[in-house]
Design a protein around this ligand. Structure first.
Ligand SMILES: NC(=O)c1ccc[n+]([C@@H]2O[C@H](COP(=O)([O-])OP(=O)(O)OC[C@H]3O[C@@H](n4cnc5c(N)ncnc54)[C@H](OP(=O)(O)O)[C@@H]3O)[C@@H](O)[C@H]2O)c1
Length: 336
């Protein structure tokens, strides 16, 4: 497109939407016309390239003016608009979970499986923010040595649950410092208080006792790596930090490999910064705020058996876990 692309952002007033606008601007994505949308329940303006835009409720005809539409709102909204919009020629990049596991919809992290964009339809899904760190960090190791088993404990920031969740943490903290206790908040987002707390629940539970998030991690990672045989088990934990997801990962490789070979694979993995020194591990405060790559450290042999290793991973759930990944998909599309 010589004069740039008409861009729609559905969910422009949300947490991911705000970051998406910042990234489109900072990375100089060639935007011709810009159309922001929200639920329409309350007035909201967004600023893009110094200009104020009112958000409006989406409709198929309004969205149809876009060459590329980013869906950063809800599963329902993506389901309602994205397939019809894509069928009529607009690229739809969806950050919700609505189409991630749908056959024929690629689930894309550009530095891992971006080549899928070359032969795909116009509806593209971006993955869950939690598994993105593992999918990027271990991609090179999986390619060379074949990861056969993966176990994770995830430490997930409240911003992963959107702006209402951030408000819950802030309200609980304010109340604690004012009154000395964390109150029961009416209409709270999380199942438990989050200030000075953590809980092993991200989403509801299935009949086997796994949470929605734990099931997403398993199914989406298998799809992105195009490998159904890997055994994956995780425990997803919500922690009282604002931004940046951390993962404690244990993995087993099919081919024998040394720590030196793994280090070398990690140092050459696109989108990853790996620290060799154990004390240089990443943290969400230092490496999870508007960072464009995934960070990893503390690689070591696991004591449980041969070809078993452990790694600590941190990434920004709102950037690489959502908005940045979507913008990187759009950048690849722009080059097609
Ligand atoms: N947060 C993360 O780390 C993360 C990571 C990966 C993927 N995601 C996915 O990204 C999406 C957005 O997440 P978020 O954290 O940004 O949530 P959020 O802060 O709650 O923002 C939701 C956005 O969607 C808009 N919206 C809600 N209902 C709508 C409707 N019927 N029509 C049009 N717009 C509507 C909201 O508008 P109002 O302001 O009017 O309510 C708001 O702009 C979700 O699908 C989420 O699963 C989030």
């Amino acid at each position: 497109m010589p004069n740039g692309f008409n861009i729609a952002v559905v969910g422009a007033s949300g947490m991911v939407g705000g970051e998406l606008l910042r990234l489109l601007e900072n990375r100089r994505f060639p935007v011709r016309e810009f159309y922001p949308f929200n639920s329409g329940k309350r007035p909201a303006n967004v600023i893009f390239r110094g200009k104020k835009y009112p958000c409006v409720k989406p409709s198929l005809s309004a969205l149809g003016r876009a060459d590329i539409a980013f869906f950063v709102s809800t599963d329902e909204v993506a389901g309602k608009f994205a397939p019809r919009l894509a069928a009529s020629g607009t690229w739809c990049i969806d950050d919700s979970s609505r189409f991630r596991l749908s056959a024929g919809v690629p689930l894309v992290i550009p530095e891992v499986n971006g080549a899928e964009l070359e032969s795909s339809g116009k509806l593209i899904a971006g993955p869950n923010c939690t598994l993105t760190g593992a999918a990027v960090a271990l991609a090179g190791i999986h390619r060379r040595f074949g990861v056969t088993e993966l176990r994770l404990a995830t430490y997930q920031a409240v911003s992963g649950a959107g702006k209402a969740a951030m408000c819950q943490l802030e309200s609980e903290l304010k109340s604690y410092f004012k009154k000395g206790s964390v109150p029961e908040l009416k209409g709270r987002v999380f199942p438990r208080p989050i200030a000075f707390n953590l809980f092993p629940q991200v989403g509801g539970f299935d009949a086997a006792g796994n949470s929605v998030e734990e099931n997403k991690v398993e199914a989406e990672l298998k799809k992105i790596w195009n490998d159904k045989r890997i055994k994956i088990s995780s425990t997803a934990v919500r922690v009282p930090i604002l931004r940046g997801h951390s993962l404690a990962v244990w993995f087993k490789t099919g081919k024998p490999c040394s720590l030196a070979a793994l280090r070398s694979a990690l140092l050459r993995t696109p989108g990853l910064k790996f620290s060799r020194k154990p004390e240089n591990y990443p943290t969400p405060l230092e490496h999870g705020l508007r960072t464009e790559i995934v960070y990893a450290g503390r690689l070591r042999k696991a004591r449980t058996g041969a070809n078993e290793f452990q790694l600590w991973i941190v990434s920004d759930n709102l950037y690489k876990g959502a908005a940045l990944n979507s913008v990187q998909i759009a950048e690849r599309i722009a080059r097609l």
